[in-house]
Design a protein around this ligand. Structure first.
Ligand SMILES: Cc1cc2nc3c(=O)[nH]c(=O)nc-3n(C[C@H](O)[C@H](O)[C@H](O)COP(=O)(O)OP(=O)(O)OC[C@H]3O[C@@H](n4cnc5c(N)ncnc54)[C@H](O)[C@@H]3O)c2cc1C
Length: 410
């Protein structure tokens, strides 16, 4: 008897599960249920080329409809999985339909963290997570208009970069004392702040978050906690995301800052797997549990879950990596900083091409590479292998990085 797999969610991870299941030889029934009206698509361009109007919607799709037709994948869009009934192994959809499963994959991703500011419901105030969010933003995303970005994380800064390049007046307000403080070291924050200021973005850190949005129907201004007012035609809020665990938690699956899974993507119910942003998973290379919000994690966990279902186990063991595009700068981050005791810079930020190496003793644990693809690629291997490096030599640009890496890996 052939098995039925239901996938709850139709985002990046879900799309990859369908691809990897068929590649892995799974011949049973696959039903993918997603609440958005779009086939699985890439979200990164939403704050980059798609927002800039440089990419057609079609190019966002991970696979076209033809792929799902040819591989006999039943895709239900604009439909939610409302409830999981574990004892009967079935799900109830928002259409009222009940579907039975042999295995269920939860790929519900994450959702934006909302802020509770007066006026946040006014037209022109947006969060950025979906294609529809960009589409509602676009009419106001025009040269000469005033944009206020709340939150200087990578999404807020990418939006600021696209907007100022388009000729908008952009202010970024951040509560912390520096931009991207969750993901990069102070040296890299300082570099990005300088680049944005030079491009014309008014970056304001250390801001009291208790501001107020003013307007009559549509946003017109932001009044800061100190009473100062800033004109606004458009406000974009980017203050992080939360894992979407509602249906998993309601079904009694173990959740703790994400749906808890093992290295093969099993949840606390052996018939249910979970993948992507919604999971909290173990990482044997790093020796700890993690919740990640990245395309790399969504793809790799999806491959692991599909392998688990196909019966050839491929435990998840990856060094996390991530990227952000701002202006002509590609920031690539690999590894996890936090336990480092030293940051070594290689290259000069003034050249718009350098890397920050995070060292724990003589062990490399993470790298922020700015327009340094080679350092980024080789560092993935160095970190995975626990390579030990001499900080002084690392900073010495007269020694080729590939020679340094080869020596460390030998
Ligand atoms: C603007 C933006 C820029 C980004 N840039 C980068 C980047 O540069 N690099 C990078 O690595 N990552 C980036 N990311 C993060 C990356 O896109 C996510 O990590 C990735 O999309 C996670 O994939 P996922 O499938 O786990 O979740 P998602 O892509 O969030 O997909 C989950 C889907 O499930 C749906 N869903 C939820 N609950 C249900 C339910 N009950 N029933 C049916 N459907 C449901 C949701 O509506 C959603 O469509 C960016 C994200 C955004 C929003």
């Amino acid at each position: 008897m052939s098995e039925t797999i239901i996938i709850a969610g139709a985002g990046h991870a879900a799309g990859q599960v369908t691809v990897s299941l068929r590649q892995g030889g799974f011949a049973g029934k696959i039903i993918m249920v997603g609440e958005e009206p779009y086939l699985p698509y890439q979200r990164p361009p939403l704050s980059k080329k798609y927002l800039a109007g440089e990419l057609e919607l079609d190019r966002l799709l991970i696979r076209k409809q033809k792929f799902y037709d040819e591989h006999d994948i039943d895709v239900r869009l604009a439909t939610r999985v409302e409830e999981i009934d574990r004892s009967n192994r079935s799900v109830t959809l928002s259409t009222g339909e009940k579907l039975g499963y042999d295995r269920l994959v939860i790929a519900t991703g994450s959702h934006v963290r909302k802020v509770d500011l007066p006026g946040v419901g006014l037209a022109g105030v947006h969060y950025l997570r979906t294609i529809d969010d960009v589409r509602t933003m676009q009419p106001d995303f025009q040269p000469g208009k005033n944009l206020i970005v709340i939150g200087a994380g990578y999404i807020g800064l990418e939006v600021a970069a696209v907007a100022v390049t388009r000729g908008m007046n952009v202010t970024v307000r951040e509560m912390a004392d520096r931009v991207m403080n969750r993901v990069v070291c102070p040296e890299v924050s300082a570099f990005f702040e300088k680049v944005h200021r030079e491009a014309g973005v008014d970056i304001r850190c250390n801001r009291n978050p208790n501001s107020e949005l003013l307007g009559d129907g549509h946003v017109e201004a932001l009044r800061a906690a100190d009473g100062q007012e800033f004109p606004a035609d458009l406000v974009c809020i980017g203050v992080g995301v939360l894992p979407t665990t509602d249906i998993a938690a309601a079904a009694g699956l173990d959740c703790d800052d994400g749906v808890l899974v093992d290295e093969c993507c099993h949840t606390s119910d052996p018939r249910i797997l979970a993948v992507g942003d919604c999971t909290n998973h173990p990482n044997s290379l790093l020796g700890r549990r993690l919740r990640l919000e990245s395309v790399h994690n969504a793809q790799e966990q999806a491959k692991t879950a599909a392998a688990t279902i196909c019966g050839h186990l491929k435990p998840y063991a990856q060094i996390p990596w991530f990227w952000s595009d701002q202006y002509d700068l590609k920031l690539q981050i690999v590894g996890l900083a936090g336990t480092h005791d030293q940051v070594v810079l290689r290259g000069n930020p003034d050249d718009r091409s350098f890397a920050a190496f995070y060292m724990e003793g003589d062990r490399l644990i993470a790298v922020d590479a700015i327009n340094r693809a080679r350092e980024f690629m080789l560092s993935k291997k160095l970190i995975a292998q626990g390579a030990r490096l001499d900080a002084e030599i690392l900073a010495d640009e007269s020694i080729e990085f590939k020679d340094l890496a080869t020596a460390a890996l030998d």
